[in-house]
Write a protein that binds this ligand. Structure first.
Ligand code: X2X
Length: 339
């Protein structure tokens, strides 16, 4: 079969619009005045990325195509530690990061992850949409990062293991557990008597698979979407801390946007965050049966032995001294007395 050059070119031209349609974001990005990169560490199926895709479409539409937000999920652009550096350098324009990991740059940002501080979601959102959130955002801005008003949910965290269920604090003695890269996380699991190793999320699955560590801790929505159930057997419902993602921006990128476009972008990010919160809460409440059917063995726990161990090890007193009276006072106004 032979085709002439003219036939070949005609075919290529006919195909071009289809190629564009197959990748609308890329096609539209080329025409946009403002093209931003938003990166995160979670799988595409997690509500964070589902809501982010909707949000990017809404922003593109409401700005009449002037703003494109291109999403890089699942650590495509590197680990959290690396993405935080890229955000500060301007290689990434937006990034969602746990306040606890952000504390490597903004020490006060880990205060929301103190063990057993919040009894439930109602207490979390009251604090994070209230004084405590405002305090942490103030500290983030002082470190020269832009931060959106509404923190996105990661959830209450549970401990998984390939070796044994965790029923009380004493089961954590010597337990080889992965923790995210954050002094608070390491300190908390040391206080439990465990043996924590700091590993970024992009390496967690393989660290569990190769038994570099025996366990990790994450909310059910992540255990499910990141398929950690494939390499973990037990899930102990400890709810030992709450974690959320601040939606951060590079200040130079943000300042490039005129105020009317900033308002559209911020409103859409915050409202996507509110929807993500409900999605994650619903998933965390309903995933147990699905994960059980995949072979995970669940147990419930009482917070008493864990809390007592943290107190005994001086965990609360130590972190109160680090954050200072003012910050600790704001935390305790929403949680009740901790130390
Ligand atoms: O690294 C983790 O475990 C994760 C995905 O929960 C965070 O981003 C803190």
């Amino acid at each position: 079969m032979s085709i002439t050059r003219r036939e070949f070119l005609a075919g290529a031209t006919a195909l071009a619009p289809m190629a564009l349609a197959a990748n609308p974001v890329r096609a539209l990005a080329a025409e946009s005045e403002f093209h931003f990169k938003y990166a995160n560490n979670l799988p595409v199926t997690h509500p964070m990325n589902v809501r982010a895709r909707e949000m990017a479409e809404a922003i593109h539409k409401e700005t009449q195509g002037r703003v494109t937000l291109q999403i890089f999920p699942n650590n495509q652009l590197g680990s959290d530690t690396s993405m935080l550096s890229q955000l500060r350098a301007g290689g990434i324009d937006f990034f969602t990061l746990s306040g606890l990991i952000l504390s490597t740059l903004v020490p006060a940002a880990s205060i929301t992850g103190i063990g057993f501080a919040f009894p439930d979601y109602a207490a979390v959102w009251k604090a994070l949409d209230g004084d405590l959130g405002a305090y942490v955002r103030g500290q983030i801005e002082k470190a020269d990062l832009v931060v959106m008003d509404k923190i996105w949910d990661n959830g209450f965290r549970e401990i998984t293991s390939s070796t044994k269920p965790i029923r009380t604090a004493s089961d954590l003695k010597g337990f080889k557990i992965r923790v995210p890269v954050s002094p608070l996380w390491t300190s908390m699991f040391q206080a439990f008597g465990a043996s924590p190793t700091s590993i970024n999320f992009d390496e967690v699955y393989s660290a569990l698979q190769t038994h570099l560590v025996d366990g990790e801790e994450n909310p059910l929505a992540i255990i499910s979407t990141a398929k950690l159930y494939e390499v973990q057997k037990y899930c102990s419902l400890t709810n030992h801390m709450w974690d959320g993602f601040w939606f951060l921006g590079n200040p130079q990128s943000w300042k490039r946007l005129p105020p009317d476009l900033q308002a559209i972008v911020a409103r859409n990010i915050n409202s996507a965050g509110m929807k993500e919160r409900s999605d994650v809460a619903a998933l965390n409440a309903s995933l147990q049966s699905q994960l059980s059917s995949k072979g995970m063995v669940f147990n419930t726990t009482s917070p008493d032995s864990f809390r007592a161990q943290l107190r005994k090890a001086g965990f609360y007193a130590q972190w109160k001294a680090k954050y200072g009276e003012q910050a600790w006072g704001i935390l305790e106004r929403s949680t009740g007395k901790l130390a």
